[in-house]
Design a protein around this ligand. Structure first.
Ligand code: MN
Length: 740
């Protein structure tokens, strides 16, 4: 690539100016100076680096900063952190240097954006560890996540130049963690774009198909909407209020999800678009105006009573406010109408940062997000979780919408969507949870695993005889209830173990078995348990009975019992595996960076067949497993264990080609070369890499380098060539030892 240094420099400066221009309305004091300082440091630090696309690296932090300003609405602190976000991770500059120049706050944010260095134990997940690290900083400063989302958005927008396996890993991480996070923080526009990009990079044909269909149906859709809103417009005009009517089709990803979930074709997705009516009203009239608009809409069209959603009276957990109704159009089609004010619309699109803007005016809605952050903090404080468990809990609980329920005294409690009566009991108090035997929901008796709905009023029933059991873990979804139950079970287990220990000692005495460490070892092997603790537990629980102990006594090991070695797999052994089977080519799946033929198993969850878009996953005990990129488990595997993912590609056997050489000798005649190359390229569909012919006194000799699948294929080719008129002999020569 030819790089014009002067042009490039100009482009960098012009992008930097564009950033400043966009940030200008928010700049105060010496903000501009600080931003310039950050830009200069970043540019200098990244000056020799390029992105995979070949662009200067600094384009990336500049774009991230621009997204922060323009699409999230952040200010100077975030701009500086965004400009410097990759500096500590990728260059020699240290955090302490940045702290000296820009202060503690900015250094903290950058630290949260810097990946943990070093090697992770096999079985742990670097991605999960890094995600947790980032969230630790989030609990102090939300901007870390917002900048991270901007970073991720820009990386997704420029994912084209990345290799396929990296595209899959980054996309999966995005759909698994970042898109839900954007949603949870109310950044709807970014969430939607991330989801669409995910689909684009994981299943392009489907993405294209839906995008094309949206385009094709645009004209007729617009015509329909125009007719639909006409009477509403006429009424709104009489109201003497500023308003705007928008209509956008649903995102490609949400149409795709709908098609998949309901197993329907594109044409049957009935709510392809929604009509949005945005009114400009002063804060104190917001609610009444929205309902007035609702009244106008339903004067003309019959609403579906099941589909009225009032998120103005109770905003969603992520701050979303709007009034939704679905009405029947004159042609018998259901149309969703969203009614909201300008302020609500801005919050719906830009989320958290837009909240700040209105912080002084509306406090109750902001507090929903604050509450969420408190829960994130609670989860982060749980030390005993591994990073993977943490990510799992985080996804399971903190991405969910909430249900609002009431205590018998009318006190409002917020629980994750899907929470049960048992969750509620633990929310009230640990002791109540531990003794919970059921509940009365709206005066009706229900079991402890009853799922709560918005507005339910719950009275918990307890009994002093109740005890927590393993099943309870499946009945609850809130992190609080889960961890409390685990504690109770641990406590319980300890008691059982103590009891088991006593029983064992007593029985050993009765059976006159000597208590030596060797005996314990034999006993563990006999009952196939890993530890003394487990042994005592099983005895305490009664799964190992007195009779079992007698059987052990009768069992005389003839030779010392061997304990089974731990099963383990080292990542390096994969490489050995690859080398071991290298050279076999009857398989038709190519794996790894070098696209080798390696042993593998097809995953049972998605049963890939040749031609599917696939990837390899290095499992702990079963070697390499092949999954389809659309496998239901793919997202989780790629997002949490990207380091164990290897490239894999189906190649039909005919495409597995080996370069080989053929020498053709014959008597020269007009058109011979033409006939020979015709046999090779047309009849056998073989690729020639080079062809050289010479004639000497009527004798023709030629050397052809070509790609064949295997020896059988080569033999067939030789036979055919020998049948060409004038050819006397065809022989094979080694491609490397001969001329090139
Ligand atoms: Mn970055």
């Amino acid at each position: 690539m030819v790089i014009d240094a002067v042009e490039e420099k100009k482009e960098i400066i012009s992008r930097y100016r564009r950033l400043l221009r966009k940030a200008k309305p928010t700049l105060k004091g010496n903000d501009a100076k600080l931003i310039k300082r950050a830009f200069t440091i970043a540019m200098e630090a990244h000056k020799d680096m390029r992105r995979k696309s070949g662009e200067p690296y600094i384009f990336h932090p500049l774009s991230v900063a621009e997204i922060c300003v323009e699409e999230i609405g952040l200010g100077t602190t975030s701009i500086i952190a965004a400009l410097l976000h990759d500096v500590v991770e990728d260059t020699d500059i240290q955090l302490i240097d940045l702290e000296r120049i820009f202060g503690k706050k900015i250094a903290k944010i950058i630290d949260g954006l810097t990946k943990i260095r070093g090697v992770f134990e096999y079985g742990t997940s670097a991605q999960a560890e890094n995600f947790r690290k980032m969230l630790f900083t989030l609990s102090e400063d939300v901007r870390v996540i917002l900048i991270k989302l901007a970073d991720r958005l820009h990386n997704m927008r420029t994912l084209d130049s990345m290799p396929r396996n990296k595209q899959l890993r980054v996309s999966s991480e995005t759909i698994y963690l970042y898109a839900p996070l954007a949603h949870r923080l109310g950044l709807n526009a970014i969430k939607t774009e991330l989801e669409d990009l995910y689909l684009r990079f994981t299943d392009y044909p489907v993405f294209r198909e839906i995008a094309d269909k949206i385009d094709e149906t645009r004209a007729s859709r617009n015509k329909f909407i125009k007719q639909f809103v006409q009477p509403i417009k006429e009424e709104l005009d009489k109201l003497n209020v500023e308003y705007e009517i928008k209509s956008r089709p649903k995102s490609i990803f949400s149409i795709y999800s709908k098609m998949r979930k309901q197993n329907i074709p594109f044409d049957e997705v009935y709510d392809l678009f929604a009509v949005r009516i945005i009114v400009d009203t002063p804060l104190e009239h917001e609610k009444s105006y929205c309902w007035q608009v609702y009244s106008i809409v339903t004067d003309y069209y019959t609403p579906n009573p099941d589909r009225l959603r009032d998120w103005i009276s109770t905003p969603k957990g992520n701050g979303y406010e709007s009034l939704h109704t679905t009405v029947m159009a004159k042609n018998g089609q259901w149309v969703e109408v969203q009614i909201r004010t300008r302020r609500m619309d801005e919050i719906a699109e830009k989320g958290y940062a837009a909240h700040w803007k209105y912080k002084d005016t509306v406090s109750s809605h902001e507090s929903n997000l604050e509450k969420w952050l408190v829960k994130v903090r609670e989860l982060l404080e749980k030390q005993d979780l591994t990073a993977l468990e943490f990510v799992d809990d985080f996804r399971g609980n903190l991405f969910n919408e909430e249900v609002f329920v009431f205590t018998p005294r009318g006190e409002l409690k917020t629980l994750p969507n899907g929470a049960t009566a048992l969750d509620f009991a633990f929310e009230i108090h640990t002791d109540i949870g531990a003794k919970c035997i059921g509940a009365k929901v709206n005066q009706k008796l229900v079991p402890i695993n009853h799922v709560l709905k918005n507005g339910d009023q719950i009275e918990i029933l307890t009994s002093s005889k109740q005890k927590a059991n393993e099943d309870w873990l499946r009945f609850v979804i809130s992190p609080k209830a889960k961890s409390k139950i685990k504690e109770l079970l641990k406590e319980d287990k300890k008691n059982v173990v103590e009891e088991g220990k006593e029983i064992l000692l007593r029985k050993l005495k009765q059976l006159k078995i000597e208590t030596t460490s060797q005996m314990y070892e034999q006993m563990r092997a006999f009952f196939n348990v890993n530890s003394q603790f487990e042994l005592h537990y099983r005895i305490g629980k009664g799964t190992i009975t007195v009779n079992d102990l007698k059987r052990f006594k009768e069992f005389k090991p003839s030779s010392p019992l061997k304990t089974r070695p731990h099963e383990s797999v080292d990542v390096k052994t994969i490489e050995q595996e690859i080398n071991k089977v290298k050279g076999r080519y009857e398989d038709i799946l190519l794996i790894g960076e070098d696209m080798d033929v390696v042993e593998y198993k097809l995953a049972k969850c998605c049963t890939p067949i040749p031609g599917d878009d696939v990837f390899g996953f290095v499992t702990v005990n079963e070697g390499i497993k092949i999954h389809r990129t659309t496998c239901p488990n793919a997202t989780e595997l790629l997002a949490n264990h990207g380091n164990r993912v290897i490239k894999a590609k189906w190649t039909s056997q005919h495409e597995v080609a080996f370069l080989t050489g053929l020498k053709v000798i014959g008597t020269d005649r007009v058109g011979l070369i033409n006939d020979v190359s015709k046999v090779i390229s047309e009849e056998l569909k073989v690729n020639m890499s080079s062809l050289a012919f010479k004639t000497d006194h009527g004798i023709f000799s030629g050397e052809i380098m070509l790609y064949v699948n295997d020896t059988r294929h080569l033999e067939m080719l030789i036979n055919k060539l020998e049948k060409v008129e004038g050819v006397v002999k065809v022989t094979r020569f080694d491609s490397r030892s001969n001329n090139t």
